[in-house]
Design a protein around this ligand. Structure first.
Ligand code: ADP
Ligand code: MG
Length: 614
């Protein structure tokens, strides 16, 4: 005998959200149920191929749909793997599906999620309750000797499971339609929806015994037989979205592996909106048979934003998915497909830079992740980076090849590329470190994304050129020599005195060879983290090491020459002035960690100055 079991609390919340916020988009329930039927059929086909399953021929895996206008029901039947009692409880009574969990979390964070966004997650089976006030699921697992069951629920109080001998292998879902959704018991309406949503289902679908779809694997068709709309329609189908893809890559190869591949660059990057990490979105097929919908190692992690299909004829079908993940063949596929994707991005960059930059602005973090993690593709990925520089207008982007192109032949021989990191173009543009570079006509690249600082720790060269920070690096540029400088002995005396006077605040004090218009400059000392890295370490809960800045003085600057004189006549005042000079340097280098505190100290310092001169 049976009793009504309550839904897991999370399921109840999901049901409320699904029923209320997707109300305007009710018809998606059909897409969800048909795609479940297709998933279950895929699994059965796979099982049949790998383990043998004498009970069904591949051609028998038909999805039967029945719209019954008199009974006001819609029935969807598949001959897939079906479910055991345990699976029924787990799959239809709890939220086992991580995509759905993610959806719930994201809704928690952002109250008004658009149905569009929700649709992308695929709300799954529960969407049946948008249109039905009673759902029956008749199922029998394809495991030999399994018992049949009937699962019944109103989507509110819970569900009931009873044994049922009538259940056939597979799954039959009977929707008892609500008063206001009875249009879904009309054949014409369902026909229209199936044509829209289910064009790419890999199994025959029959509606009231009439065949309605062509079963075709679009990725195996020739490019010339396909139109843009065909690709976009397929993309929307696999990505559960209403938005077209930005671009697609369709290619086949015979050597070293025989593959047919169709990949899409999506329009939106869900991770950009603070959602948790996406799962891989490129499925692995072997001759039209789905091997794994979310294969772990088929592509590197940083390509998880891609959607599509890789169909490889050389895959051995008789090994488990777990073993397959580490199979040498998968590694070969990974390398081959990744290379093609990078070439594809390079081509977009070359042919349509606006399109590339739009992609880059949303997806650059993935490419950067690739630079940090993917040794094989690092060089080409660095080449795909876009940035502003001292020689470009704000908003105008360049890449390294262009920077090298713009160098004089003398500069090119030196094989050096300079960069400066910071929080924004404004904050780096007026850095004192750039003065000498500007004077000498050497281009400096700006990196202003929060993770760039970390990233640049991983990049030491590109195209044979050394990458050097303009703030700390060996600069090989010398400032204008013509201006009169503090005499060498005096300058050294001042440095010694400054080191002593500021010893709690700075590491090294040096005479600058590169400052032009600025009196002083400060930068993180050797091996000490920059503020960006520090805040990242803090965010990750790591201990942040104590560190001091290094300080540079421009001995041809009037302020420094003046400071020397004050030091001789009024050392106390000079010490206060030196502190203020240091503060100004920290401020301009974006190194003030606590600006408010610094301002208060600065003012206290000025008080002392006034007292000293009174
Ligand atoms: P998803 O399909 O994204 O996993 P759903 O909510 O659509 O999430 O389905 C939940 C689970 O219920 C599926 O993962 C599957 O295990 C099971 N299921 C749903 N429909 C069927 C079906 N027709 N045959 C067998 N199992 C099914
Ligand atoms: Mg589903």
């Amino acid at each position: 005998m049976s009793q009504v079991k309550p839904f897991e609390t999370e399921v109840q919340r999901l049901l409320e959200i699904v029923i209320h916020s997707l109300y305007s988009n009710q018809e998606v329930f059909l897409r969800e149920l048909v795609s479940n039927a297709s998933d279950a059929s895929e699994k059965r086909r796979f099982k049949q191929l790998t383990q043998g399953d004498g009970q069904v021929a591949a051609d028998d895996l038909v999805i039967n749909i029945k719209a019954d206008n008199e009974a006001k029901t819609l029935t969807i039947q598949d001959r897939g793997i079906g479910m055991t009692e345990e699976e029924l409880i787990k799959n239809l009574g709890t939220i086992a599906h991580s995509g759905t969990k993610q959806l719930l979390e994201s809704i928690k964070e952002q109250k008004d999620k658009s149905p569009e966004m929700i649709g992308q997650f695929g709300v799954g089976f529960y969407s049946a309750f948008m249109v039905a006030d009673k759902v029956e699921v008749l199922t029998r697992s394809s495991i030999e000797g399994s018992t049949g069951y009937r699962w019944t629920s109103d989507g509110v109080t819970g569900y009931e499971i009873t044994e049922d001998d009538n259940a056939e292998i597979g799954c039959t879902i009977i929707l008892h339609l609500k008063e206001d959704t009875q249009e879904f018991s009309e054949k014409a309406r369902i026909d229209e929806l199936l044509k829209r949503y289910s064009n790419f289902i890999g199994f025959p679908i029959e509606l009231n015994e009439e065949r309605i779809n062509q079963v075709e694997a679009i990725w195996l068709q020739s490019k010339s037989s396909l139109k843009e709309e065909d690709y976009q329609e397929f993309y929307k189908f696999i990505a559960h979205t209403h938005t077209d893809a930005r671009a697609y890559l369709h290619f086949s190869a015979d050597a070293p592996l025989s593959i047919n591949t169709l990949l899409f660059l999506p329009e939106e990057n869900p991770e950009q909106f603070g959602m948790s990490q996406m799962k891989p979105g490129v499925s692995l097929y072997c001759k039209k048979v789905l091997i794994d919908a979310e294969p772990a190692n088929l592509l590197p992690d940083w390509l998880r934003f891609l959607r599509g299909v890789v169909d490889c004829e050389d895959l051995p079908l008789n090994i488990s998915r777990e073993t397959l993940q580490d199979h040498g063949l998968i590694q070969k596929l990974n390398k081959l497909v990744t290379k093609r994707v990078i070439k594809f991005l390079e081509k977009i960059k070359k042919d349509d830079i606006e399109k590339y930059d739009a992609f880059y602005s949303s997806f650059q973090r993935f490419l950067k992740e690739g630079i940090a993690t993917s040794f094989d593709h690092k060089e080409s990925l660095i080449g795909l980076m876009r940035f502003e520089t001292t020689m470009t207008e704000p908003g105008q982007l360049s890449h390294f090849a262009e920077v090298i192109d713009r160098q004089t032949s003398e500069q090119q021989e030196k094989k050096k590329l300079y960069y400066l990191t910071g929080t924004s173009r404004d904050s780096v543009e007026n850095s004192p470190f750039l003065e000498a570079f500007k004077q000498k006509g050497i281009e400096v690249v700006f990196f202003t994304d929060a993770i760039d600082e970390y990233l640049l720790d991983n990049i030491h060269e590109y195209a044979g050129c050394q990458l050097i920070s303009a703030a700390t690096g060996d600069v090989e540029v010398e400032a204008d020599q013509s201006k009169s400088k503090l005499a060498k002995a005096k300058a050294e005396d001042l440095v010694t005195w400054l080191s002593k006077s500021l010893k709690d605040l700075v590491g090294e004090v040096n005479i600058s060879e590169r400052l032009v218009g600025s009196p002083v400059a400060a930068y993180p000392g050797k091996d000490s983290p920059t503020p960006q890295i520090k805040s990242m370490m803090k965010a990750m809960g790591q201990p942040v090491p104590e560190s001091k800045v290094d300080f540079e003085i421009n001995t041809s600057h009037a302020l420094i020459k003046g400071l020397y004189e004050v030091k001789e006549s009024n050392p106390k005042l000079a010490k206060l002035l030196a502190k203020d000079l240091l503060n100004s340097a920290l401020l301009s280098a974006d190194l003030l960690e606590k600006p408010q505190e610094a301002a208060t100290q600065w003012q206290a310092n000025l008080h002392e100055v006034i007292k000293t001169v009174k």
